[in-house]
Design a protein around this ligand. Structure first.
Ligand SMILES: C=C(NCc1c(COP(=O)(O)O)cnc(C)c1O)C(=O)O
Length: 388
């Protein structure tokens, strides 16, 4: 169980959940436990682990480290970010209502519109920039509010603390979930802002090496942990021990990586903002962002995520990149670029996409930790190519 000590973020990332004394052999690095089953002293008399789906030492180390980094009490990991989303739906009953921000990852929108709806879970999508939208959308059967902030891909912000205060005052029973994938717990801790659950696609920045698909939910609440722990086992949405060991290793450098992502991201955003072939740059830590004041109040920094509206041919631009890789996903050490309208957000109905502004001029960048000058030079040459 993590202790919410006053240790620094990097100290917690390196030591929380990793105590060598938890193993008889005292390995400093937690062992990778691949066994799917564990010898018992007698029928139903085990030493903490019985079957890999129900619990695993490698998973346990990661979950404790995640909880400590979030100033939470419990961490639970799942087979993917959408697996975590699926697990969180087990907190709801048929007929319940969810209020979700209108700009979220395409797969999350698809899940709510085409999967949760089959369980008779109703979903309303509202503009997350305006707190009143969330409050006004609350109904008698509302049981969950799903916030992504910053959002994917438009980098809109929700005033998490105010939404929670406004909603919880009248309806303390409503679960507040924050998908913290874009900010990470280094720049933003939703539980400290009053959220019930901080949720992640660990696939992204938290693992940060583009070699694991995983999700997580962190909470302080015993009742939520009990329900999600049951779901994790009973629905079997668990990750492999090997993937848990990889993510656990990645967390050790999260602080360093996020600092570099932020440094490179800001340099790229400022370069794009002054470029004649760029119509508009969206980056929460640029003073030009409409919610800049909220960004610097609510977060201690911003990752490498940038979106911008391109004046030229987006397909030519993306195919001309040499260091940025044209691919879906984000948050890895490598720089990625994509066209949400036909890639990550293609599953959102066109009318909704157009209304949001997710059109073929909108390009999303995940700025990596390569040498800053190389990234800017690559963007510059590709922008020139896009006008030929
Ligand atoms: C794959 C991409 N996003 C996944 C994602 C997910 C889903 O995570 P998965 O690990 O891919 O299942 C949840 N929340 C956010 C904010 C996300 O961005 C993408 O945007 O390229």
């Amino acid at each position: 169980m993590p202790t919410n000590t006053e240790e620094g973020f990097a100290t917690k990332a390196i030591h929380a959940g990793q105590d060598p004394l938890q193993w008889s052999h005292c390995s400093v690095v937690p062992p990778l436990v691949m066994s799917t089953t564990f010898r018992q002293d007698g029928p139903a008399q085990h030493r903490g682990y019985e079957y890999g789906r129900s619990g695993n030492p490698s998973r346990n180390c990661l979950e404790n480290c995640l909880a400590a980094l979030e100033n939470g009490k419990y961490g639970l990991v799942f087979s993917s970010g959408l697996g975590a989303t699926t697990a969180l739906m087990s907190l709801l009953e048929s007929g319940d209502h969810v209020i979700c921000g209108d700009d979220v990852y395409g797969g999350t929108n698809r899940f709510f519109q085409r999967c949760a709806s089959k369980q008779n879970i109703q979903v309303s999508f509202v503009d997350a920039c305006n707190t009143e939208n969330f409050v006004a959308a609350v109904k008698d059967n509302t049981k969950m509010i799903w916030i992504e902030s910053p959002t994917n891909p438009l980098l809109k912000l929700a005033d998490i603390k105010t939404i929670i205060k406004e909603v919880k005052t009248g309806r303390p029973d409503v679960y507040i979930v924050v998908d913290n994938t874009f900010a990470t717990c280094y720049f933003q801790r939703p539980l400290d802002l009053g959220a019930d659950i901080s949720m992640y696609s660990l696939t992204k920045y938290m693992n940060g090496h583009s070699d694991v698909i995983m999700g997580a939910a962190i909470t302080k609440r015993d009742d939520i942990e009990e329900k999600l722990r049951f779901t994790q086992n009973a629905m079997g949405i668990v990750p492999s021990p090997y993937d848990c060991a990889l993510v656990n290793r990645s967390l050790k450098t999260l602080e360093l990586r996020m600092q570099q992502h932020m440094k490179n991201g800001l340099a790229v955003a400022k370069f794009l903002e002054g470029h004649p072939l760029v119509k508009k740059v969206i980056h929460p830590y640029l003073p030009s962002h409409p919610q800049y004041e909220l960004a610097i109040k609510q977060m201690s920094g911003h990752s490498g995520m940038i979106s911008f509206y391109h004046k030229g041919n987006s397909y030519k631009f993306l195919k001309a990149l040499k260091i940025f890789i044209l691919a879906e996903s984000l948050g890895g050490y490598e720089s990625l670029a994509e066209l949400p309208s036909v890639m990550t957000h293609a599953s959102i109905p066109e009318e909704e996409r157009m209304k949001l502004g997710i059109n073929e001029q909108l390009i999303r960048l995940s700025v990596g930790i390569e040498t800053e000058q190389d990234l800017i030079a690559d963007l510059d040459q590709a922008l020139k190519c896009s006008m030929q």
